[in-house]
Design a protein around this ligand. Sequence first.
Ligand code: CA
Length: 302
Amino acid sequence: MTIPSTPQIAPAQEPDENTCPAASLKDPQAATWFWGRSDRGLVRGNNEDRFWLDGERHLFIVADGMGGHAAGEEASRIAIEALNQFFAADAIEAARSGGHFPELLRAALGHANDAVLQTSQTRSEWSGMGSTAVVALLQDGHLHLANAGDSRAYLLRGDKIHLLSRDHSVAAALAEQNHIAREEVRTHPLRNRLTVCLGIEVNIEPHLSRIALQPEDRLLLCSDGLWDMLSDEEIARLWRQYPDAKVAVDALIAAANAAGGKDNITVVALNIGDHDGFSTLTNRTFGCPVSASLDDTVVVAC
Ligand code: CA
């Protein structure tokens, strides 16, 4: 895969035919407090997932592309590139000083949506391509999260695992309307029919949330290749079993492949409390007017 490079980011490992590189960093804590890996799985001939890890800006992204031939790969690549460019350091600083992180995240996903859509209109083989995105920005003691599509963010706090993101799919909408049980989303035939993603509609409305971080918090971003293969309970069990972020990522990908590996699998794990700068991360005064708490999330496994 090709990961767009910036001066502060370099590949941590060379890609092989099945594994995308973790875009790791100069940050010496990178190997301990976060890790990410993408795996082609056992069925797909290519990998349409992309991810981005940035320990300097505390920016973490997973994107899952879709479309025929190479279009899916192109869509997720464009999405990651557009998001990465949008979250320039000065833009983050402006959001911090103005307390405008929700607006920043919404604008970033809108920018990525425009980028994918415009490219899809330039060549017929890219027509109809799209990408999910789940974006986690850790700033001022808070996790600022946005997602479009069905790539997910989970939080492990204490003995509970919370689903922070919102699936934009027909199956998830049926569950929200109580037509099916939430547990049925994972196996419902319309679970992959997306209602929101990047690159299809001119305007999108991403799901936004904000959570005050606690030192023991662990965060997981993933594509549906993980949660489609493993139940929330199985994800929680493995995640708790392996405190090391890299080991947890490898174990979860191995388990998804053992369960069939029917899709590309991307997992990014962050151990917030293992970050040496956590006290700095959490001690800033924060004035964002939008509030959210774990009361707004779904506890998916205890
Ligand atoms: Ca997928």
